[in-house]
Design a protein around this ligand. Structure first.
Ligand code: ADP
Ligand code: ZN
Length: 665
């Protein structure tokens, strides 16, 4: 017997191996094996069994990893869809779908999925379910109608923060369980939403499995097994949970669907929302997207013929949305004459909050102490030796750190270019804001939440609890603090700079800014006291900031969609970003030029246009040079067909690797 195996490599082909007699009855499609590949042994996945092969001398499979298939049901078709849409190999798609730490043991194999059909334990409803508001009832009604069709359907819930979206998701999941089907609940980042997980546990008890990257190998394996055998039917987790082996999937919820963390940095660069849609289609399930600030793509789609949207326009129990005020930093009083990054007006507001014994949160979406270290004499900025970016000074670590490759350097006492001047740390990061607050409020307890303070498993939870229990008066943080937190005693939210995102060279900069400001504003006034939001900016007239001030999504959407249509950007066209990577700037430039030429020739008939080549936003990363090309077309599939014709095996061109990012963010 012969096994056809694919590997986690960028090759669009499979390989044949002999199945040793000892494994003859056990090797089946969907089982991972270890087999000699190239010069070493590698993990691959069996996709079929064959009775013979045209290849004469086959090597044998060395070892089996899983005792039963880890890929089953609609997830096979899903792997093929990922391969076609994201221009990767089947082996890469399959590898992305199964966490490497999992080995499925014989215990999972013993129980067959579907065994429990019709015998599902009744839903745990120990926690009291609130009576739905009329708006929630209506939203649920619409979604249940879609579910009743028993085929693929999709609904977008557009609801302001605190409008009760989560409660609606819970009801939809409850209904799916009652109908004997499973549910997937995706959230942007598990650590940021401890309440959501808590609420799911309260509602569904033992039937819920939590899925995230910080689980131990044993926990993961046990979770996988409990899902695969049907003991658990609900999964809550971040991006990779979209691949969890939920049986008889009935509904997929994607909360905060606009979040960029749903896009995977590594190959195959999938977006969990798109994968969720494809999986829902294949499983005849219903996809529910939810957000206070939907992505432009999702909102556009929901408003097109055939699209479905429900709106929750108000906060539950009539709590008002907080008032948002802008602080114009161009103004002398607030801007130029201020001593630090916190303006006089924001400082006064903080003082009042402290005096009332309430809590405040300050957002600055940049970690570290300062943005750059610059020589006061010659002006030279300290840059990473491997990447073309300035190094960021971290006071806590006492180091200059590259935010791209994490390389660290001791700051020099004098400039290492002119050997005379001293370095000045310019601009602010969360560390500087924290120290400014300590100076302004020496007796208050102040905490900082960013990637530097939340490195270990428990730190997130500890900080969250400390704020919740009001042991922390003032919390400073990056966008981490903008998402999902529900602290009723927070009445003031300050945004130190609304412009950090706005001025990035990215057509989505406005969308990001609007999203971040709206989310951050949503953190204020969640309890009985009304909330106040102060936003410092140099661009108070920008439409994203104006719309955020009004907390008016439609106002923002109308401006943004007009711009997207005019410039031929998503959702009107799809983009594929190609990055040519190499050790020599000259070779990369040449290869990118040739690739552009080939793509222009091939793309003409398929009505694909091409931008570039142009240097990448970070032209040099970890010593490698990078040039970018952007393909634009009405649909992704024809562009991928052209790419497969033009690129060489191993996803290379002129011998250099080419990164293919479909629908880049
Ligand atoms: P969202 O997900 O839109 O931010 P949530 O579902 O978290 O909103 O609801 C916000 C708050 O209101 C939560 O504390 C939740 O428990 C409460 N809540 C939700 N629905 C109801 C309801 N129908 N009646 C009373 N309280 C509700
Ligand atoms: Zn670097």
């Amino acid at each position: 017997m012969i096994a056809e195996v694919v590997f986690n490599v960028p090759l669009d082909r499979s390989f044949h191996y002999l199945i040793p007699a000892s494994l003859a009855d056990q090797i089946e499609p969907g089982v991972r094996v270890i087999a000699p590949f190239g010069s070493r042994d590698q993990v691959g996945m069996v996709i079929t069994r064959l009775s013979d092969s045209p290849i004469a001398k086959l090597k044998p499979i060395r070892q089996m990893i899983d005792a039963s298939a880890v890929i089953t049901g609609e997830r096979w078709a899903l792997a093929r869809w990922i391969t076609d849409y994201y221009c990767c190999s089947l082996g890469e798609a399959l590898a992305a779908m199964v966490p490497s730490a999992i080995r499925v043991g014989p215990d999972a194999a013993a129980t067959t999925p579907g065994r429990r059909d019709g015998k599902m334990a009744s839903v745990v409803t120990a926690a009291p379910r609130p009576v739905l508001t009329p708006a929630q009832e209506q939203a649920l009604g619409t979604i249940m109608n879609v579910c009743a069709a028993d085929t693929f359907g999709e609904v977008l819930i557009h609801g302001v923060t605190g409008s009760g979206k989560t409660e609606v998701y819970l009801r939809v999941i409850e209904a799916a369980l009652a109908a004997g089907r499973g549910a997937l609940y995706l959230i942007p980042e598990i650590a940021l939403t401890p309440q959501t997980v808590e609420r799911l546990h309260q509602r569904f008890g033992e039937r819920v499995v939590v899925w995230h990257s910080r689980l131990t190998a044993t926990q993961r394996r046990s979770n996988w097994t409990r899902l695969a055998c049907g003991d658990c039917q609900v999964v809550v987790g971040a991006r990779s949970a979209v691949f969890a082996p939920v049986q008889r999937l009935g509904v997929i919820v994607v909360d905060e669907e606009q979040e960029t963390s749903y896009k995977q940095e590594a190959v195959p660069h999938v977006h969990a929302r798109e994968v969720a849609r494809a999986r829902a289609r294949l499983a005849q399930a219903v996809l529910v997207l939810g957000s206070a600030t939907p992505s432009i793509e999702s909102y556009y789609q929901a408003t097109q013929p055939g699209g479905r949207m429900v709106v929750l326009p108000e906060r539950v129990q009539g709590r008002p949305l907080p008032r948002v005020e802008l602080i114009d930093l161009r103004d002398d009083v607030h801007g130029r004459r201020r001593a630090g990054a916190v303006s006089v007006m924001l400082q006064r507001a903080l003082e009042q909050t402290v005096a009332r014994n309430e809590q405040a949160m300050l957002l600055l979406n940049r970690r570290g102490f300062a943005r750059s270290a610059q020589c006061q004499l010659c002006g030279a900025v300290k840059r990473c030796a491997q990447c073309s970016v300035p190094l960021i000074y971290h006071a806590g670590a006492g180091q200059l750190i590259c935010h791209y490759c994490n390389r660290q350097e001791q700051p020099p006492t004098v400039c290492d270019v002119c050997h005379k001047g001293y370095l000045k740390f310019r601009g602010s990061g969360t560390e500087r804001i924290e120290s400014e607050l300590h100076r302004l409020f020496p007796t208050e307890s102040i905490a900082r939440m960013d990637r530097d303070t939340t490195k270990d498993r428990q730190s997130h939870h500890r900080l969250y609890q400390a704020v919740k229990n009001q042991q922390v008066r003032l919390l400073v943080g990056t966008q981490m603090i903008a998402k999902g937190f529900d602290f009723p005693q927070v009445t003031l939210v300050g945004v130190v700079s609304a412009d950090t995102e706005l001025n990035l060279p990215d057509f989505r900069a406005g969308e990001r800014t609007f999203d971040l400001l709206t989310q951050m504003a949503g953190r204020a006034g969640r309890g009985d006291q009304p909330g106040r939001v102060l936003v410092q900016t140099y661009c108070p007239d920008h439409y994203a900031i104006q719309a955020a001030r009004q907390q008016d999504y439609l106002q923002f959407y109308r401006e943004e969609i007009t711009m997207r249509r005019r410039l031929g950007l998503p959702p009107f066209l799809h983009l594929i970003e190609l990055t040519v990577i190499g050790g020599s700037s000259e070779r990369v430039g040449q290869a990118a030029g040739q690739l552009a030429e080939r793509l222009r020739q091939h793309g003409k008939s398929a009505r694909i246009s091409l931008l570039g080549p142009a240097p990448h936003r970070i032209p040099r990363l970890r010593r490698a040079y990078r040039m970018c090309l952007m393909l634009k077309g009405r649909a992704v599939e024809p562009m991928v067909v052209v790419l497969r014709q033009v690129l060489q095996p191993g996803r290379k061109f002129a011998g250099l690797p080419v990164k293919v990012n479909v629908d880049p963010l």
